[in-house]
Ligand binder design. Structure first.
Ligand code: NAP
Length: 440
């Protein structure tokens, strides 16, 4: 027999947890399906060493309940993955959300019945659930991207993906480890893997800009000041273009109105402050190519100052626009390449020839490895949605509706799919913003 609900919510990450809470407030009978065995979404899966949020912890949290935001204590400026998981679990317990969540249950299909004006949601165990509304709180970074590299399956060592990291600790002591990718996940994990592994070989296709986090324990006076004024602090953040960072807002002054010394001072101040605020050094840093070039060259100069081997520094220096691809935030990333056990392999021209049982071959040279870490990102935004067989009016699939690209209304709904809603999908503010704010 089909269970019936008013609303089915897919995913128990921050979007799904909050949606469940809201649905209850609206008096809707709700059921959440979650593929993982616990809450937390992207933070549940991304347990790689060094995983940490790059939005400050006093802001990367829910604001819908003042008692919640007053009682929760963050320990560092930027929260670690384990701490964010503790927070997600605390929220689930505090609002008694678990009783409406079915864990270890993956949604495989959702079909709209025009006559009944209801959705039938099918899960991996074959069960069907009927609901008037379906909310896809599936996250935009939840289906991992494992590149199709020749020989991949032949590798005799251990293989990991940052986005599907094992729940138990992985011991890299004495092992020769390779990392493919230099995105945010790689940049966070490489300094820690380098400390643990015998050798670390980083295979880089595109160098990425990263700025220091300047992470530190939270100052109790700072926390007290924010908590004394939390609603107003949230309101100020909501007026920032990315919904965070009112403590260090984007400069209103364009670079061209500053002298070279003033521009330098502005960049230095942001570099010292740490975090994504770097991109706010000039009002036009993301609009004027000259302003952008100057900020990019500033970072390249920092890389040359940190990395002792000039050839490695050159390879680590990105050439693209800074802030086009999301900026990364790190702790000791560039300095890690000064370690004697760390090697950078440039694959920008050649790619990877193949993975062999003993390691990775690039341009004819074999790199012997005991473990291979894929920090190769996700089938982002649309991937997870398209893996579910979603059929709207007249049996039309979402895949068909999005053949020419993912079109949505405000990132929330899709024409022809009545009462099916997206939270962080294509067209939503998503990773360009403080996601918890956008989710709420
Ligand atoms: P990502 O940014 O997509 O980076 C993937 C990396 O893998 C890139 O360096 C890419 O190189 C490389 N790659 C992909 N396929 C490859 C192949 N076939 N051969 C060689 N290299 C390959 O993934 P991510 O680092 O997991 O980050 C995903 C998103 O999550 C980003 O938006 C990121 O900002 C966000 N994130 C945020 C945090 C945080 O809050 N602190 C932490 C982690 C991630 P190319 O650049 O050449 O494609």
């Amino acid at each position: 027999m089909r269970e019936r609900f008013d609303i089915v919510i897919v995913g128990a990450g921050f979007a799904g947890l909050y949606m469940l809470h809201r649905a209850r407030k609206l008096g809707l009978a709700a059921r959440v399906f979650e593929a993982g065995s616990g809450v937390g979404g992207t933070w549940y899966w991304n347990r790689y060493p060094g995983a940490r949020c790059d939005v400050e912890s006093m802001e990367y949290s829910y604001q819908f309940d003042d008692a919640l935001q007053q009682e929760w204590r963050w320990s560092e400026r930027f929260a670690t993955q384990p701490e964010i998981m503790r927070y997600a679990n605390h929220v689930a317990d505090r609002f008694e959300l678990r009783k409406d969540i079915r864990f270890n249950t993956r949604v495989v299909a959702a079909t709209y019945d025009e006559a009944a004006k209801r959705w039938t949601v099918r899960t991996g165990d074959g069960a069907e659930t009927s609901a008037q509304f379906v909310v896809m709180a599936t996250g935009c970074l939840s289906s991992t991207n494992l590149p199709d590299i020749k020989g991949l399956e032949s590798f005799a060592g251990a293989r990991y993906h940052t986005g599907e990291w094992p729940h138990e600790d992985v011991d890299f002591t004495g092992r020769r480890v390779g990392v493919i990718g230099t995105g945010s996940s790689a940049i966070q994990s490489i300094p820690i893997l380098a400390e643990r592994a015998r050798t670390l070989t980083v295979f880089q296709r595109t160098a990425n800009y990263t700025v220091p986090a300047r992470n530190a324990p939270l100052d109790p006076d700072f926390v007290a000041r924010i908590k004394a004024d939390y609603p107003a602090f949230r309101a100020r953040n909501s007026l920032q273009i990315n919904a965070f960072g009112s403590n260090m807002p984007r400069s209103a002054i364009p670079a061209r109105e500053l002298s070279p010394e003033e521009r330098r001072t502005a960049l230095e101040a942001r570099w010292r402050y740490g975090g994504l605020f770097f991109l706010g050094a000039f009002g036009d840093l993301l609009l004027d190519p000259a302003a952008n070039d100057e900020a990019a060259e500033f970072v390249r100069e920092k890389i040359r100052g940190i990395v002792r081997n000039p050839e490695v520094a050159r390879l680590l220096s990105p050439r693209q626009i800074i802030g086009c691809k999301r900026l990364c935030v790190d702790t000791d990333y560039y300095a890690t390449f000064n370690r004697p056990n760390v090697r950078l392999v440039d694959i920008s021209e050649t790619g990877i020839d193949e993975v062999t049982p003993r390691g990775v071959r690039v341009n004819g040279t074999s790199h012997e490895l005991d473990a291979l870490v894929f920090a190769t990102g996700f089938d982002a935004m649309t991937g997870t949605l398209l893996r579910i067989d979603i059929r709207g009016r007249d049996g039309r699939t979402l895949e068909d509706a999005w053949r020419a690209g993912p079109r949505t209304y405000l990132g929330l709904s899709v024409a022809g799919f009545p009462n099916l809603f997206l939270v962080t999908g294509p067209g939503s503010p998503s990773v360009l913003t403080n996601m918890i704010v956008s989710i709420e």
